[in-house]
Design a binder for this molecule. Structure first.
Ligand code: GDP
Length: 345
């Protein structure tokens, strides 16, 4: 989670953690109605949703970070899988903006420029190091070539995720810690009135589109009120804002999406649980999310699709309808698969 100071990052982090925050780290639950339905069928002792970990990186004031401070800022960002970039659209005389005025588009640009600049420095220095190396391996040749193209895109102020790199090219860059290769969620923290009127941010939306970021309009203040409400009140309140669900739920889900995560489920009398895996994960590797022994001793996966269970309504009917199939280690886990792993240790 990045952004200039006083835009609402800490507030948002606290909201997303549901109060369970420690320092600058929060664990947010990813809401999923399918889990509730599974819990209704299996009556487990425990229901465990998927979670995402959020870390707030101390406020970046572009142009004001020096040497070591700047490096430690970028090192912190490098440890992430995706960026949640917060900009501020709420005016509040009690909360001065460090740049003197409220301008979410300016904030977005400034922070992105810093990231692009950091990537440019890194891409250039890596490419230079490789160009001096003789002889180069075939792999180093490819790295050098891709880094050169990256440097040129970055000099045109293009974040790397906009370059349309192939999966192979992205893999070549994976060890280099380039920041703008990460997917970005742009959260515009606005005020109550703007949210109620459903006013859009066309300039910010254009910027997000041309920087391949996903824009979410949000109000930390409204969210704080929602979080403090009893669930009965909550529905009515959300409706008054034309919302279907709390913004924190929307955000957790969006984060899940930009990370290209899908969920498979395990379901039984002890626990119903959602497990996040990256799209395209094979069954054997997915088993390893639960326990390394299950991956090592993997025999088969018994798989049912959530929508089939929804259609047949009970596990017994699903089984009778032939809704359970056996899959091998290379089967690609699909979102909503309910899986029982068979393994041997
Ligand atoms: P950070 O520096 O980006 O982490 O910002 P904080 O979350 O600490 O927020 C800075 C100040 O702005 C705090 O006093 C918050 O209570 C206040 N704040 C955060 N979000 C909102 C909002 O949506 N509306 C208003 N009016 N104040 C907010």
């Amino acid at each position: 989670m990045i952004g200039v100071p006083n835009v609402g990052k800490s507030t948002l982090l606290e909201l997303l953690s549901g109060g369970g925050i420690s320092g600058r780290l929060a664990v947010a639950q990813v809401p999923d109605p399918r889990l509730d339905m599974l819990a209704g069928l299996f009556h487990p002792k425990k229901v465990t949703p998927a979670t995402i970990r959020l870390t707030e990186v101390p406020g970046l004031l572009p142009g004001h970070l020096e040497g070591g401070q700047r490096n430690s800022f970028f090192d912190a960002v490098r440890r992430s899988d995706a960026l949640l970039h917060v900009v501020r659209a709420f005016g509040d005389p009690a909360v001065p903006h460090p740049l003197g005025s409220v301008d979410p588009l300016r904030d977005a640009r400034l922070v992105e420029e810093e990231l692009i600049l950091a990537d440019l420095e890194r891409a250039e220095s890596l490419a230079q190091r490789l160009s001096k190396k003789h002889p180069r391996t075939r792999e180093e040749d490819v790295q050098w070539e891709v880094l050169g193209r990256c440097a040129s895109a970055l000099s045109d102020a293009l974040p790397l995720r906009r370059m349309g790199l192939s999966e192979g090219e992205t893999a070549v860059l994976s060890g280099f810690g380039l920041l703008t290769l990460r997917q970005e969620l742009l959260v515009c923290n606005t005020d109550e009135d703007t949210l109620r009127e459903g006013r859009a941010f066309p300039d910010l939306q254009d910027w997000a589109t041309s920087n391949a970021a996903t824009l979410l309009v949000f109000s930390a203040k409204v969210e704080r009120e929602i979080a403090a409400m009893e669930s009965a009140e909550r529905g009515e309140f959300l409706e008054a804002f034309g919302l279907v669900e709390p913004g924190t739920d929307r955000l957790a889900r969006a984060a899940y999406r930009v990370l290209h995560l899908v969920s498979f489920f395990t379901a039984g009398a002890d626990e119903v649980r959602a497990w996040p895996v990256t799209e395209g994960t094979p069954a054997k590797k997915a088993a390893g999310k639960i326990h390394s022994d299950i991956e090592r001793g993997f025999i088969r996966a018994e798989v049912a699709a959530f929508q089939d269970l929804e259609a047949t309504a009970t596990w017994k009917a699903l089984r009778e309808a032939g809704g359970l199939r056996l899959e091998g280690k290379d089967y690609v886990v699909q979102d909503g698969d309910i899986i029982t792993f068979r393994f041997n240790v």
